[in-house]
Design a protein around this ligand. Structure first.
Ligand SMILES: *Cc1c(COP(=O)(O)O)cnc(C)c1O
Length: 376
């Protein structure tokens, strides 16, 4: 029997409507029209998220870097974030010479634990970075209260949280600023790309200047940077793709949720398997459906990943705690972060997955947990 076709973890969904927009951008989006799609994407995105301002960037990492720089984060400052994270969230803190303080996550949302955040506060704490991991939502009420009480900034890394809504507010719209990613693995994609969003007009103006190599809007003198800035811009071609993707955002998020619900239903009856939580008042965008195996299943992440590999399915390991990176020079503070890494696995969820492909993924999980002999 030949091996079944490979099931990838993620892949963007691109239709003729996006292709037509990119075609238009590449044919006509030059000269005086070279910013048209960028401005259109920024305006439509700000409206979608429910914020005043948006700045398209070349990546989410760049958006975070500029936002943190505009807040004045630098040497001597501390920024608190969860130990369980992708390196892109912590890298901009380190670029600026500030110190990341890694705290443990909650066992159900896998996002930072507000009690651990409170315990980690010092007079040097400049900001808290709330990363909505895998599209799950951070405990925003507690974190917002804490930040208000201490007069510090709350940053939302919403790269994975398109379509996630916290009591009526979209992820990315609640903090001092939010950052999004349109990397090829994300729910909306421009290949590479990101977005900075905020309601704070002075902060927006500052980041806009930073994003333009430090040139201030309205400056008459040409080629005159007033400060050291960055070059993290999105191209008009990418923005055309973004405009097309954003027009389909409802459909794209709905499909992610549909795949998540298919998994949830399939694993609902298996004791010891839990997935991304969706408590009352919260809707998740379900960017990355993830299973956590309880210890009594006696199935580790390693064992599950091996079963997926044999079935030619690209499931992925949960993010390793950042504190375990040898160069991070940060002591481990995450008991749950350590534990989840050993027990959790990301499942494939690209929009164009077929029912048969979803069934293949479900069968691997069930077979491995129940130790039944269902053929691949
Ligand atoms: C993907 C991702 C990033 C990085 O996005 P880029 O656009 O690749 O810079 C940052 N944070 C989180 C949580 C992500 O998932």
């Amino acid at each position: 029997m030949s091996a079944p076709a490979r099931i990838p973890l993620s892949r963007p969904s691109i239709t003729e409507s996006e292709i037509a927009l990119v075609n238009d951008a590449v044919r006509h989006g030059w000269g005086e029209r070279c910013y048209d799609y960028i401005h259109q994407f920024e305006q439509a995105f700000a409206q979608h998220i429910g914020v005043r301002h948006a700045i398209a960037t070349s990546s989410c990492t760049g958006a975070l870097h500029m936002g943190l720089a505009a807040l004045g984060v630098g040497p001597g400052d501390e920024v608190i974030l969860a130990d369980t994270n992708w390196v892109a969230s912590v890298a901009p803190i380190l670029y600026l010479g500030a110190k990341p303080i890694l705290v443990d996550v909650l066992p159900d949302t896998w996002c930072l634990d507000p009690a651990a955040v409170r315990a980690a506060l010092t007079p040097r704490t400049k900001a808290i970075m709330a990363v909505h991991l895998y599209g799950n939502l951070c405990a925003m009420d507690e974190l917002l209260c804490l930040c208000e009480e201490k007069g510090i900034a709350l940053i939302e890394d919403a790269a994975e949280a398109i379509g996630s809504i916290y009591h009526g507010q979209r992820a990315g719209a609640m903090g001092t600023f939010g950052a999004f990613s349109f990397h090829g693995s994300k729910t909306l994609s421009t290949g590479e790309g990101g977005m900075f969003v905020t309601d704070d007009t002075p902060l927006y103006k500052h980041v806009l200047s930073l994003s333009n190599h430090g040139r201030v809007a309205g400056q008459q003198r040409q080629f005159w940077p007033e400060m050291l800035g960055f070059k993290y811009k999105m191209s008009n071609l990418q923005a055309a793709l973004g405009v097309g993707q954003l027009q389909r955002t409802g459909e794209l998020v709905a499909r992610k949720r549909e795949i998540f619900h298919r998994y949830q239903k399939a694993f609902g009856n298996i004791e010891g398997v839990t997935m991304n939580p969706e408590p009352p008042g919260i809707t998740i965008g379900a960017w990355m459906p993830t299973i956590v195996m309880a210890p009594q299943t006696e199935v580790s992440a390693e064992k599950m990943l091996q079963a997926f590999k044999l079935a030619n399915i690209d499931a992925r390991p949960f993010f390793a705690p950042l504190s375990t990176l040898p160069w991070m020079a940060c002591s481990a503070h995450g008991a749950w972060a350590q534990d989840l890494y050993r027990r959790a696995v990301n499942l494939p969820s690209f929009h164009d997955m077929t029912e048969a492909e979803i069934d293949r993924v479900c069968n691997v999980v069930m077979r491995t947990i129940l130790n039944k002999n269902i053929s691949p």
